[in-house]
Design a protein around this ligand. Structure first.
Ligand code: FES
Length: 116
């Protein structure tokens, strides 16, 4: 499955599909940056964001709870429960924060993250 594809994306192998729990997340270090990868099995979709929560600068989002806000898939930081869209990266808790999101591609049981 592929999300948010642009033309100059470089796909980087992050992990195996089984490294990411169903309806949960894992973290991979990609080009020096911690990236949270989410297997949103209930929706049949994968997402990736920065792992850093912009609120108190905790490397935590991969351990957050994922869910939906209407149609919008989201992650809640485990520390203070601020929520972020997994699509746009916008904060859904009414705060002026934003996180980076990345496209994800699954091929032959492997998870690839797209970097611009
Ligand atoms: S550190 Fe993530 S919500 Fe506070």
């Amino acid at each position: 499955m592929t999300t948010q594809v642009s033309e100059k994306i470089k796909w980087i192998l992050a992990c195996k599909v089984e490294d990411v729990p169903d309806n949960g997340g894992s973290c991979a270090l990609i080009e020096g940056e911690q990236i949270a990868i989410y297997n949103f099995a209930r929706r049949g979709e994968w997402f990736a964001t920065q792992n850093l929560c912009p609120h108190k600068k905790q490397m935590a989002l991969s351990r957050g709870m994922i869910g939906s806000d209407g149609d919008v898939p989201k992650v809640a930081c485990p520390f203070h429960k601020k929520t972020f869209s997994l699509v746009s990266g916008n904060c859904l808790s009414g705060d002026d924060y934003e996180i980076k999101t990345y496209p994800v591609k699954i091929e032959n049981g492997l998870v690839y993250i797209g970097i611009d």
